[in-house]
Design a binder for this molecule. Structure first.
Ligand SMILES: Nc1ncnc2c1ncn2[C@@H]1O[C@H](COP(=O)(O)OP(=O)(O)O)[C@@H](O)[C@H]1O
Ligand SMILES: [Mg+2]
Length: 430
């Protein structure tokens, strides 16, 4: 099948890799230096919906797969469906779950989905008054999409006042911060729980965990994600059943009550608290870097799954997984996340790619004159399988020795907490 993958990150490179392995013809918009390995890159921005739609028509694309949230929120699925083009992803209405934290929180409250207690404000004065009587830390979130930078965990009153001030007076995220959510701080381990959804039925994927902070031991500013692994031993069969019943089912039914049929990947960002799993946020697409840890484990045919989700037939499908854990480490540019430096030559890719049980996915890279160069903050995700998580970790970190570009930075402790947990006797199940 002729497939258009929309996006240009490591997640999209992983989707292209898998779909190419399944013998499809791949076009990626706008792609990166890595996606060109699996097919053709075309120079159309992911949010240029009309140009993408023209391309699909003129080139006989049979399926479009959307990686990032922006085109979904802008209605690429609605537009393509109007034209009867087949597309995998949720509609603009369904994408509100990610595009508006106010919508998501009100939706959860209405549908009895466990989440942190919260209030919503559109006035700075009221927000400032509300925090005077709150226990700290508290969490302050901009309503709209802020590229992962709209959330502050505030340890004291002064920090909370500053967070409100920068969102509502300084308007550092413009209209995205016009309304804010102030919520109670939850404590526990975070896991990502993703599922294929076909409007009514769902199929959960294997669990995974991202590492948001730039430095080891979760220190330093938050990034788009510095590495991930799958599975997470905390995700027992029992916990997964509870998430399906208390969260997934309620979310899909709550959307149906609003006459919204969610099709695509629904991503639950969960905090496993003493009182059970609670939703931190919804995303409406694969995570990056979670995709790099999850998709290599999928042995079922991804194209078929996407088609069954589009056609509302997921109840007929079963998912098959490689039992081996996968771990993925992001190599980032100097200065990331604040001021990443681009344009550095990348060495050692070929040697790394040909190692056993290692995959190298590209994010911010480009190919010029037959050589690869950095282009952006996150550059590569070196990914590996192991018979256990420890072996996967050792394999990935020894593979990383082969790769080099000026200023390259990465975390040394991806998967470390999981290795410690397993040593302490917990079993990996899903
Ligand atoms: N209520 C909360 N309690 C504790 N930590 C939180 C809470 N909400 C968010 N966080 C932390 O902030 C991070 C980002 O918040 P999230 O809602 O996922 O927003 P986004 O991914 O859009 O930036 C989460 O991954 C989590 O680490
Ligand atoms: Mg998040």
């Amino acid at each position: 099948m002729k497939i258009l993958v929309v996006g240009s990150g490591g997640r999209e490179d992983t989707l292209c890799w898998k779909l190419k392995k399944e013998k499809n013809q791949i076009v990626c918009a706008s792609g990166n230096g890595g996606t060109a390995r699996w097919g053709e890159n075309i120079n159309i921005r992911p949010t240029d919906i009309e140009k993408l739609s023209d391309f699909v028509k003129e080139n006989g694309i049979e399926l479009t797969v959307v990686g990032p949230e922006a085109p979904l929120v802008e209605g690429i699925v609605n537009r393509f469906e109007e034209k009867s083009f087949r597309i995998f992803g949720p509609s603009k209405e369904a994408a509100q779950l990610e595009a508006s934290k106010v919508f998501a929180k009100e939706f959860m409250r209405k549908n009895g989905i466990p989440t942190a207690g919260f209030e919503i404000f559109n006035s700075e004065e009221k927000a400032l008054k509300y925090i005077l009587n709150k226990k700290f830390p508290i969490v302050i979130k901009a309503d709209g999409l802020c590229g992962g930078k709209g959330v502050s965990i505030c340890e004291n009153l002064k920090a909370a006042q500053e967070a409100i001030y920068s969102l509502m007076t300084k308007k550092i995220f413009g209209r995205q911060g016009e309304r804010i959510v102030i919520e109670d701080c939850l404590f526990g381990e975070e896991v990502s729980y993703l599922a294929f959804v076909d409007g009514e039925d769902f199929l959960p994927l294997v669990s995974s965990q991202d590492h948001k902070a730039i430095f080891d031991e979760d220190k330093g500013p938050n990034t788009g994600g510095m590495g991930a692994y799958s599975p997470v031993s905390l995700m027992t069969e029992e916990l997964s059943e509870r998430i399906k019943k208390d969260i997934l089912k309620k979310t899909i039914n709550g959307l149906l009550n609003l006459r919204i049929r969610f099709k695509g990947i629904l991503y639950l960002g969960l905090m496993l608290t003493e009182d059970g799993p609670m939703v931190l946020e919804f995303n409406v697409r694969f995570g990056d870097p979670e995709a790099q840890a999850i998709i290599p484990r999928l042995t079922s045919n991804l194209l078929e799954l996407m088609m069954e989700a589009i056609d509302g037939n997921l109840s007929k499908v079963r998912l098959e997984w490689d039992k081996r854990p996968v771990l993925s480490v992001v190599l980032a540019s100097a200065g990331y996340p604040e001021n990443p430096v681009s344009g550095k030559e990348i060495f050692g890719l070929e040697e790394t790619e040909c190692l056993n049980d290692i995959l190298v996915f590209h994010s911010g890279t480009e190919k010029k004159d037959g050589r690869f160069w950095t282009k952006g903050g996150r550059v590569l995700s070196v990914t590996g399988y192991g018979n256990d998580i420890k072996e996967a970790k050792t394999r990935v970190y020894s593979a990383i020795f082969n790769v080099q570009f000026e200023g390259m930075q990465f975390r040394n402790d991806i998967g470390e907490k999981e290795i410690r947990r397993i040593k302490d006797g917990e079993l990996s199940i899903l």
